[in-house]
Write a protein that binds this ligand. Structure first.
Ligand code: TRP
Length: 458
């Protein structure tokens, strides 16, 4: 990637938000919220976003802008001589790579659902038939592999040909369109017959539900989802900091991205949760939740005008696939750039290697939900394992390390100059962020982790 500053403030926000906003918001957030108790989970999730998410995002931006480079090189440049921070880049590179395999699997489902809605498969289908068609897809190995490979190849083409700029331009329009459609669908879902129970589940905290799911599990899920949704912990957002010039406040940008990202996630919840209560779908159905709920929503929302249902559903899945693609590309780019810079591979060779490996492991990941269900490692199928290792372990541990690195080890002058723009921004904000990075984030993340390992019980 060429290092350049963004032409407009909106340009930066939309592109970095394009990396943050993805299937994590539309697919993962509703199902995790459904599985971990609804409104009470959201409250904890929002607290983590504000208390930990924004400061860690600021830390990533600061490291990116302070080093003018990506996660692959930043610690080589900024870590104090003789310190042991350099290997931290591997959490970033390996994390991005593993996340990409899991991500392309779900991205592949999105493309497949574009095709299914284009073919009109859901027209007139009952909720049962819609649910069945998702399990059929999981059991259909060639289909799963095909769409997963296609999304990898598109990612490859974009990274290989350096088309990121083009994609960024398209993604601005696409993201705005996605937001508009989502708001329309959310308004419809909320007004649907039988939505009341879902809205209560979504908006009125019931702490009993958290107890049922296990307090420690809910807190851990909220922490990992807040990092996943902001793309923090494995240095993927770091590069965007390096594109920002000193006229921008890193904290201001981090807050804007978080607000936009949260708006999308909460709107997705407003579409899915009331709708699944109204159709009698269990909110804790897991990864299948949006795939078995959304086709019903489209049919109902535009029941008088089938052609609108058709157009909106095709557009929606195209936009979701695009959202998945922009995030996939930013992950692909991290690993490609690393191979290119570290081993002097040409970009083409680096991109080919990344894509080849991703297709191989991604296929295993895709199949582990269907035909390879019986194959497990530590009791988890490959899809669940990648999800667990990246979202729950690498992002949170990476976030912990970035906090400690920025709070304690990064040259104080750099931290101060990045966060306050050489003293021109408010000092209390700087102090608060440093306090969080030094004390709150390390202690909170470690405690949640230790609890999850079963050493102490919340
Ligand atoms: N934030 C993205 C989403 O919500 C997922 C994602 C993309 C990501 N790149 C990342 C998560 C890097 C962590 C790190 O869909």
């Amino acid at each position: 990637m060429k290092r350049e500053s963004f032409g407009s403030r909106l340009g930066f926000i939309l592109v970095s938000a394009g990396c943050a906003i993805g299937i994590g918001n539309v697919w993962k957030f509703p199902y995790i919220c459904g599985a971990y108790g609804g409104a009470a989970f959201i409250l904890i999730y929002l607290c983590f976003l504000v208390i930990l998410g924004i400061p860690v995002l600021v830390a990533e931006f600061a490291v990116g802008r302070g080093s003018h480079t990506s996660v692959a090189k930043c610690f080589d440049k900024l870590a104090p001589a003789g310190s042991c921070w350099k290997p931290l880049k591997f959490i970033g590179i390996i994390g991005c790579y593993m996340l990409m395999m899991f991500y392309t699997t779900v991205g592949g489902w999105m493309i497949y659902y574009c095709v299914k809605s284009l073919r009109g498969d859901f027209v007139g289908a009952t909720p049962e038939a819609v649910t069945q068609s998702f399990s059929d897809m999981l059991g259909n190995a060639p289909t799963m592999m095909l769409w997963m490979v296609i999304i990898c190849l598109i990612g490859f083409a974009v990274c290989f040909m350096g088309l990121q700029n083009g994609i960024e331009k398209i993604s601005k329009v696409m993201m705005s369109a996605l937001l508009i459609i989502m708001v329309i669908l959310a308004v419809h879902s909320v007004m649907m017959e039988g939505a009341g129970e879902g809205i209560r589940f979504y908006l009125i905290p019931d702490f009993q539900k958290i107890k049922e799911a296990g307090v420690g599990n809910v807190v851990f899920a909220a922490l990992s989802q807040s990092f996943f949704t902001l793309s923090i912990g494995i240095g993927a957002m770091l590069i965007f900091g390096s594109y920002l010039d000193k006229s921008r406040s890193l904290t201001g940008e981090a807050v804007s991205i978080t607000v936009l990202d949260t708006f999308v996630a909460l709107t997705a919840g407003f579409i899915i949760i009331p709708a699944c209560f109204s159709y009698g779908i269990q909110p804790d159905a897991g990864p299948s939740l949006i795939f078995i709920t959304l086709p019903n929503v489209f049919q109902q929302a535009f029941s008088g005008v089938p052609i609108l249902a058709y157009i909106f559903s095709v557009m929606f899945y195209v936009l979701l696939a695009m959202a998945a693609l922009t995030s996939t590309i930013s992950l692909h780019e991290v690993v490609t750039a690393y191979l290119h810079e570290e081993f002097n591979f040409t970009r083409g060779k680096a991109a080919r290697l990344v894509t080849g490996g991703c297709i191989f492991l991604g296929i295993l990941c895709s199949l582990s939900l269907g035909v390879m269900k019986g194959f497990t490692i530590f009791g988890l199928g490959i899809f669940d394992l990648f999800d667990f290792v990246t979202a729950k372990i690498m992002l949170t541990l990476g976030g912990l390390c970035i906090s400690i690195f920025t709070g304690w080890y990064l040259d104080k002058k750099i931290v101060w100059s990045e966060i306050t723009n050489d003293g021109s921004l408010k000092v209390p904000v700087y102090k608060l962020i440093i306090f969080i990075l030094r004390y709150i984030a390390p202690i909170a993340i470690s405690l949640i982790f230790i609890n999850e390992l079963g050493l102490i019980k919340l």
